[in-house]
Write a protein that binds this ligand. Structure first.
Ligand SMILES: NC(=O)c1ccc[n+]([C@@H]2O[C@H](COP(=O)([O-])OP(=O)(O)OC[C@H]3O[C@@H](n4cnc5c(N)ncnc54)[C@H](OP(=O)(O)O)[C@@H]3O)[C@@H](O)[C@H]2O)c1
Length: 296
């Protein structure tokens, strides 16, 4: 296999979960051959039928043994035990590529396979997957966090080429950066959903409908502006230093949902910090807003 452009590979998918089935379908579309997939639950069997038609469903050890490229797309907590078990069952051999898709770790969990001579890779698509066919198209245009073993330049190139074959853009993530990389993505993507849902539910509790329709253009523009213009995209009472408005927000939120009021306060404190650091909020105004947030 030439570095940088993997040849046609026999791909084994362990297992046909939301990510595994989608990556398997994307690599098949890129010309690789999916030789087998595992999956026991009704959901995984159904996903395999839709995204990996004609691919035999086999136990994980048979899938791994037969493949040139073994994709381990299983829950994070399951991964280390699975790799250890497959290594103990002699499923890995020199020359195989073994990939996992967990965001939080690099190649360390693949150590038992690496000791058997495989090329270990962590390929984390920075995308949210539901396991539906539209996810395959979504890979085009997303980034994949690639981690190979330190100093293994061939490994890094193979990882990048496999990401490109998914239609994605590879981004190198050093092994020791993976936990912080993943924390950042979870903070952005997961907490964004929490924030949007809290916003919509507050509107609905206030009797304002259709809430999603009302906020969609506003939230889309805020996200777009934040990505394009950074902290200069900040607007609203905290960034303007409208102390009375912030005080009113804290009062009505405390009356409606005290738990949410605490979240609002924490995010407002963080917003003061960002607005001040970006030069949007003069020192004395930042102090006034902070004192309201501390007092109320
Ligand atoms: N979903 C996302 O948006 C996303 C995005 C990027 C990365 N990831 C990462 O991708 C990995 C997989 O996530 P996912 O969302 O695809 O999970 P998932 O939909 O829950 O699928 C997990 C798959 O693993 C199988 N499985 C569970 N325990 C197993 C075991 N002991 N041995 C063999 N197979 C086992 C399940 O099979 P059964 O259904 O038959 O039990 C299922 O097919 C995780 O590391 C996750 O962090 C997820």
């Amino acid at each position: 296999m030439a570095a940088g452009r993997p040849a046609r590979l026999g791909v084994g998918i362990v297992s046909a979960g939301r990510v595994g089935a989608v990556l398997g379908a994307a690599w098949a579309a890129a010309g690789h051959h999916v030789t087998g997939a595992s999956g026991v639950s009704r959901e995984s069997v159904r996903r395999a039928e839709v995204l990996l038609p004609d691919v035999p469903l086999l136990p994980p050890d048979e899938v791994a043994s037969a493949a040139d490229l073994v994709l381990l797309a299983v829950p994070d907590d399951v991964l280390p035990g699975l790799v250890t078990g497959l290594a103990a069952a002699d499923c890995f051999r020199p020359g195989q590529i073994v990939v996992h898709t967990s965001g939080a770790s690099g190649v360390a969990p693949l150590a038992p396979a690496t000791e058997r001579g495989v090329l270990p890779l962590a390929l984390h698509p920075a995308m949210t997957f539901t396991g539906r066919t539209e996810d395959v198209a979504r890979l085009a245009g997303c980034c994949v966090g690639v981690t190979a073993a330190l100093g293994d330049e061939v490994g890094w190139s193979v990882g990048e080429a496999l990401a490109v074959e998914l239609g994605a853009e590879p981004v190198r993530i050093p092994e020791d950066v993976r936990p912080l990389y993943h924390a950042a993505l979870a903070h952005g993507a997961n907490h964004l959903v929490t924030l949007v849902r809290d916003c919509v539910e507050l509107l609905e509790r206030a009797g304002v409908t259709p809430a999603e329709r009302l906020v969609a253009p506003l939230l889309s523009a805020a996200l777009d502006n934040a990505l394009r213009h950074g902290d200069r995209a900040l607007t609203g009472p905290v960034a303007r230093g409208d102390v009375d408005t912030v005080r009113t927000h804290l009062r009505v939120l405390a009356e409606t949902d005290p738990d949410l009021a605490r979240t609002y306060r924490a995010l407002a404190e963080r917003t003061v910090h960002r607005a001040e650091a970006a030069g949007l909020l003069p020192d004395h105004t930042a102090k006034d807003v902070r004192s309201i947030l501390e007092d109320e």
